[in-house]
Design a protein around this ligand. Structure first.
Ligand code: CA
Length: 129
């Protein structure tokens, strides 16, 4: 497969906290990713299905549909299950990580996020997908 050097990987960020969404968007755009942002679970699910993102960063505590449900609905659908999902949350309980695994998440990043950790994880998942 040839890679067009002008092709930007598209990342869907589902995050209802505007400051956090802005901070993550800046980091990702600085690395050359195209970022699209949804501010609640329903919008995120819709954009995941229509905008063909290469990867999704998904906050857990979201209005309308929570991140676990969004993840589950994508990962249990043949059409979308291959899109890597990084769950993004300020909660870091082991029980949350276990639930994340159960709904098929590919990785888990806790807030406040370390940009290098997030970027490394994105690179790793995009390389594997
Ligand atoms: Ca949130």
């Amino acid at each position: 497969m040839t890679v067009d050097k002008n092709y930007k990987k598209r990342i869907l960020l589902v995050e209802d906290e505007k400051d956090m969404a802005y901070a993550v968007t800046l980091q990702l755009e600085a690395k050359g990713y195209e970022v699209i942002v949804a501010s609640d679970g329903r919008e995120g699910l819709g954009m995941a299905r229509t905008k063909k993102p290469d990867l999704i960063i998904l906050d857990l505590m979201l209005p309308k549909i929570d991140g676990y449900k969004v993840c589950r609905m994508l990962k249990f659908d043949d059409k979308y299950m291959k899109i890597p999902v990084i769950l993004f949350t300020s909660r870091a309980l082991d029980s949350d990580k276990k639930t994340g695994k159960e709904v098929g998440a590919d990785a888990y990043i806790t807030k406040p996020f370390e940009p290098s950790v997030l970027l490394d994880k994105i690179c790793e998942l995009l390389a594997a997908s």
